[in-house]
Write a protein that binds this ligand. Structure first.
Ligand SMILES: [Fe+2]
Ligand SMILES: [Fe+2]
Length: 112
C-alpha cells in the first residue's frame, strides 16, 4: 500500500483510518466534561460511503462520568482531499443528568 502522510491529497477512500476528537460536552447541572475520543476503523454504509463507531467514557468531573456509544454520520469532504464526520448523541444518564456531544471529528486523508 502506498504511504500517505497526514496532509497529502488523496482522492477516494483510505482504508483502516480512524478519527480523533477533542471536544466538550454540553453544559448540564453546571458543568461540562472533556471528551477525548478515537473512533473505530471505517464501517461500510450505503453507496460506497462509510461511517465510524465510537464508544467510551467522558472525563471524570464532579465525581461522576458518563458512558457513550454512537455512530458518526457519513464522510464529508473538506479541504485538501480530507474528510470529517459529524456526530451528535447523548451520553448515559449519571448523577441524574446526561450531556449532549456534537461536532465534527478531525480530518483524515481521503475525500470519501
Ligand atoms: Fe455530568
Ligand atoms: Fe472516516
Amino acid at each position: 500500500m502506498k504511504k500517505v502522510g497526514k496532509s497529502d491529497f488523496v482522492s477516494g477512500f483510505v482504508p483502516h483510518h480512524n478519527h480523533g476528537s477533542v471536544d466538550y460536552t454540553s453544559v448540564e447541572d453546571g458543568h461540562v466534561h472533556q471528551y477525548l475520543d478515537v473512533t473505530s476503523t471505517p464501517i461500510p454504509s450505503q453507496e460506497g460511503q462509510h461511517i465510524h463507531y465510537t464508544e467510551g467514557y467522558v472525563v471524570l468531573k464532579d465525581e461522576h462520568y458518563h458512558y457513550y456509544k454512537a455512530y458518526s454520520g457519513p464522510a464529508i469532504p473538506v479541504v485538501n482531499g480530507m474528510h470529517v464526520h459529524y456526530y451528535d448523541f447523548y451520553t448515559s444518564e449519571d448523577d441524574a443528568h446526561r450531556h449532549r456531544i456534537k461536532g465534527a471529528n478531525q480530518p483524515v486523508p481521503g475525500n470519501k
